[in-house]
Ligand binder design. Sequence first.
Ligand code: GLA
Length: 375
Amino acid sequence: MRVLGRVNLIGEHIDYCDLAVLPMAIQRDLRVDFRPRGDDLVRLANTNAAHGPVEFRLSSPIEPAPQGHWSNYVRAAAEHGARELGLTAGMDAVIDGNIPEAAGLSSSSALLVGSMLALLAANSRPLGRLELALRCAQAERFVGTHSGGMDQAACLLAQEGAALRVEFAPLAARPIPLPADWRFVIADSLRVADKSGSLRESYNARRGASEQALARLLADEGRSDAAGGWRGLFARHSPEEVLRRAERVLEGELLRRARHVIRESARVESATSAMLAADAATFGALMDASQASLREDCEVSTAELDLLCGIARRHGALGARLTGAGLGGSIVALVLEARAETVLEALAENYFAERLPARELRHHLMLARPSQGAS
Ligand code: GLA
């Protein structure tokens, strides 16, 4: 099985509010080579020497390894597969890949999706991609991070040459072709963003804050039911009106988190239109506004991510922002083809030269190639 990493172009920390996002799959991949077994043993090896071999059985309760352990994403797939789908056949599998780890490019969801695909194949149980994306998102809760469904959808549903507009509840995905001269640069800040490890609590706290903010906004309308969640609010009121209400009923951290959700969601709508109209200047400005909001209201940027965005912009990027959960990980910047080399060189010289041996540069700095999801 081959599963790709993803970069989110815009729509950060709102997938768990069931609001649309715009990621795309990139050429970096994770591969699971496997052989079905006649028993229920799952035996794993990893070509990354830092990740030692692991084995567990599908039939006994599958327990998580210590927080942050690489095998937890495979265990997550196996636990869901055994409990919900009745999978019984194990596998011998080798994991190999070149998605930078804990860099905001979804290496962990790729591992879960690849493991799920391998286990399903080992058990001769085909599943449709939409159902699979939903199941993989549910399965990921095993690691203790209450993620949304963006990464799994991007891994499974992305199409070559296009970004993917992903909507939730119900899950739906629509390719938005990239204009011919748009390029997205990805630069890894080299600060680890391990969603299932050290960042788990801060990630879950942001989701919790958005839920509390929503409950207060609904209570203000006199509603005691979920009333369609954030999407229901936006169906009843304009984004400006939702923001006015938030400013009236919320304060402090909850207000900042809600303001991010409200404005980021509006930005995804404008960015989708800008991409369809090949309006790079508008798309770039929306990425910049997203970064400001992620820094000030969602509070998930870091000095390194801000620095990378600044370098990219100063050398001709039309916009730049962190991508993924933040608090480390990577940035993504929009550049027109003619400027791409200049921006890559500027990032190499001004950020990576003093932080990384030259031979490792290509692993952490790249032009994204929008690619077909899992195969
Ligand atoms: C992580 C999660 C996603 C999403 C992003 C932030 O990548 O896995 O579901 O919430 O963070 O946008």
